[in-house]
Design a protein around this ligand. Structure first.
Ligand code: PMP
Length: 359
């Protein structure tokens, strides 16, 4: 068996222990004579899986009791529509524009109401996170939307803005479960699964109860948070295998010592890479120091046309998917929870060798 270090932004690496457990359980799940993919979503065995997945996520993230956990489909992109369709009672929302995904969220919300972009780093190619404070927010805004980690640009909010009484909605697709956060600061947290949770096809929504039940009249049933909340995410057939895989990933995080331990490991991995880039005069980070993501780390080789060669040689060395997003260029290493420290060490060794050979 050959496994590479996969630095893809998503779908991305899953822990080998999780894949092996899934493999072992695949053809005959708990003596049912069938795989989880073949189980009815109303069966007892699947009920146990979804109940356990929710309770593990609650435990890991310390989710307060007045929040619901929903397992839905449609990706984070569907949340770009669900959020305004469910929350825009006054028809007004504030958005912070920190990258390509924020822009998509803004574009979608504009279909349903007035969108006020209260802060943006677009004029500086999204290389930093702008400051946000309560005084910038229209008191009639129904919510404030942020993208906590910008997958493409490699920036992250190091501090969660205080939005006072206005609910804060966060797209946490690329940094959920990577570090400790205080869920009570948020009205809604949503995340596509394909980075830190499990396979693509599942979207996790954590929503404060008072934000459920206010959907606009035109909101499709499937896009109403109430539909999924009332049915325990079983209104229709949910992404059953994705939920099972998420449960295995949550168990894996718990075994590692929970979010506190994973945060420590993530910080260590990010420091390895940032410290190496900082001392090198060959590589550079395009991101402001106080805004750096610990999940997605872009880097460039200034003044040289070596990106294609870097990516090709890295692949030959078992380091995959390091090409930067087409909108940014350069390289990007996505080092989500499942990337072992050894993977980042191997990347840094390769970078050293490449620097020596091409200086
Ligand atoms: N938001 C962020 C921050 C993302 O990184 C992504 C996907 N890479 C999306 C939204 C879109 O997610 P999905 O493909 O699940 O719709």
């Amino acid at each position: 068996m050959k496994r590479v270090y996969n630095f893809s932004a998503g779908p991305s690496m899953l822990p080998l222990a999780v894949l092996e457990k899934a493999q072992k359980e695949l053809p005959d799940y708990k003596n049912s004579g069938m795989s989880v993919m073949e189980l009815s979503h109303r069966s007892g065995l699947f009920t146990d899986i979804i109940t356990e997945a929710e309770s593990l996520l609650r435990e890991l993230m310390n989710i307060p009791d007045n929040y619901k956990v929903l397992f839905v489909q449609g990706g984070a992109s569907q949340q770009f529509a669900m959020v305004p369709l469910n929350l825009m009672k006054n028809g007004k929302a504030a958005y912070v524009n920190t990258g390509s995904w924020s822009k998509k969220a803004i574009k979608e919300a504009k279909k349903y109401g007035q969108v006020n972009v209260i802060a943006s780093s677009e004029d500086d190619n999204f290389t930093f996170i702008p400051k946000v404070n309560a005084s910038m927010i229209d008191p009639e805004a129904d919510y404030v939307h942020i993208t906590t980690n910008n997958t493409i640009e490699g920036t992250a909010f190091r501090e969660i803005p205080d939005t006072g009484n206005i609910p804060l909605v966060a797209d946490m697709s690329s940094n959920i479960l990577s570090e400790e956060i205080d869920v009570s600061k948020f009205g809604i947290i949503y995340a596509g699964a394909q980075k830190n949770i499990g396979p693509a096809g599942l979207t996790v929504v954590i929503i404060r109860e008072d934000l459920i039940g206010n959907a606009s009249d035109i909101c499709p049933t499937m896009l109403d948070y109430q539909t999924h909340s009332d049915s325990g995410s079983l209104y229709n057939t949910p992404p059953t295998y994705g939920i099972y895989m998420a449960k295995l990933v949550f168990e894996w995080i718990k075994e590692l010592g929970g979010i506190e331990a994973i945060q420590k490991r993530n910080k260590e991995k990010a420091d390895l890479l940032y410290d190496y880039i900082a001392q090198s005069d060959f590589y550079a980070s395009p991101v402001a120091e106080d805004s750096r993501s610990i999940m997605n780390i872009p880097f460039v080789i200034p003044g040289r046309d070596l990106d294609t060669q870097f990516v090709k040689e890295a692949k030959e060395a078992g380091l995959e998917t390091l090409k930067g997003h087409r909108s940014v260029g350069g390289m990007r290493a996505s080092i989500y929870n499942a990337m072992p420290v050894e993977g980042v060490e191997a990347l840094v060794s390769f970078m050293k060798k490449f620097e020596e050979e091409n200086k």
